[in-house]
Design a protein around this ligand. Sequence first.
Ligand SMILES: Nc1ncnc2c1ncn2[C@@H]1O[C@H](COP(=O)(O)OP(=O)(O)OP(=O)(O)O)[C@@H](O)[C@H]1O
Length: 579
Amino acid sequence: MTHIDHLNEIDRVLRGQQTGRDSLVSESWRRCVETYGMDPTRPDPAHIVTDAELREHREQSERLIATARSGLQTLFRQVMGQDYVLLVADAHGVCVDFFGDPRSTEELRQAGLYLGSDWSENLAGTCGVGSCIVTGEAVTIHQTDHFGLAHTQLSCTAAPIHDTKGELSAVLDISLLRSPSRKASQNLAMSLVTASARRVEMANLMATTRHEWVLRFSTNPEFLEVDPDAAVALDGTGRIIGMTTGARRALIPDGKGSPIGTRIDDWMELTVDSLPDLMRGRPTEERLLWLKDGRGLFGHAIAPQAARHSAHHRSPAVPGGAFASFAGPDPTLQHLLAKAARLARTSVPLLIVGETGTGKETLARAIHVSATQGRALHTVRCAGHDDLGHLAGAAPGTLFLQGVEDLSPSAQAQLLALLDRRSDLRVIASTRSDPGALRDRLRDDLFFRLAGAVLPLPPLRLRADSDWLLDRLLRRRSADDLRLSHAARSELKGRSWPGNIRELGAVLDVAVSMAVGQVIDLPDLPEPATTPQAGATVDDLETILAACGGNMSQAARRLGVNRSTVLRRARKASLLAPG
Ligand SMILES: Nc1ncnc2c1ncn2[C@@H]1O[C@H](COP(=O)(O)OP(=O)(O)OP(=O)(O)O)[C@@H](O)[C@H]1O
């Protein structure tokens, strides 16, 4: 095509005629003339920013460049034999990183394929980087797709790189000074550039969200762990706080809106508590995720890495990582978690003791996750499980025995034999019985194999962090920041919760669906499922009073007695000054 033909075609496109050009290209030509006032006949030289400006652009993209570099070097090695150059432009269109054959430096520089060249559409006209920035999509701008006559030899294929919030942060472009005339010759370039952009986004997400859960997913189980399609980062309540472009596309196929700030269970049949089931160690085919619209994907969860503390900061009171979201400001629980975090790194068998629904399994998973990144978690529900033969070939990792008091005598014997053979299985057991009663139910030799260290989880009525827990459970259930009225909060804090956190969760499920507007009020709460038990020990009374901040009426409601009874018992137990 001659220059005259090119100018004629632009003229025809401007007059609304179809010339067979991609609509993306003809729209860009229109913008060049009608919005930027450009003239295709004027030979526009490449726009190069000054050294000082380039330094500034590079400084702003520094982290991205560092994250992207090794992946881009690999990409460059793949394409350099075919005379491609590779450039990274920032979101303004300025080339901030560049890989090209040093022998062609001068020719490339003249074509504007060099550090500091500004490829924004309003300066360079229709071009790979500029059109990618305007459309937000991967594009190939091939030869005469370019607007300006100076660029009609080039072929440029560019893909956007978004930051973890979905904002455009850079453009990756591979260009050829001389290419075959068919645009389809650049299809391979398009696959390479989009795959590389996806990997840069993934590397950036992993580097910036180390202390959060990351859920990676893929339609293809074989590539799930080596090169997943997409990923989201989740905070401890399951809110999406970071994503790759692939994740936005998978969750919102029509591209309207952003999943940032929403909860993962708005999109998938999944809660943050089930993430440990998706960790490496379980066969990939079993790690299926279901999107709410029925599509299936394979998932791979990566647990938060514990925050590193400096030596003088190693207070056992603030365990991080998987333990961080387990409890709020309750000194007993914080102490327990610090102990659990230390024991997690050992092979000491652990026995977690607590009433139903107090979080024994949740704690066992947190210990597993923080101790054995990527190893298997085998959960055995001991009630009704008489044959443990299937564990003989279990992969190394954690063996969680849930409700160990229910192990039959024959299962106890099998378990002992298994533990003798398999030192690569770390045992965590949970029980609702107190350790004395458990010892009566198990063989002595087994009891002592399991109870290396005992971790007692307090029932909800004795926890001092009920405000924290209420807020956490509520955040996980409502996307629109529902609040509890003062009366509703006080009523919930006053209940005795025989079903503990599980029961509280179920009550909040009802309350969230009953609430009108932004506030959950008393009438939105379901009645307690059972009446409270009045027979509290002196220890319980003291702890409940402390957990209720000394509030006699709240303590009375938790215990199911009236206020004067609490007062009388507290005085009798010398918990209050007489008077
Ligand atoms: N620290 C926590 N924060 C939020 N939710 C929690 C916490 N601990 C437990 N839960 C929730 O409470 C419910 C019960 O937890 P879990 O199954 O761990 O209890 P459990 O003590 O093992 O119960 P059971 O003895 O009846 O099997 C689950 O839905 C879990 O997600």
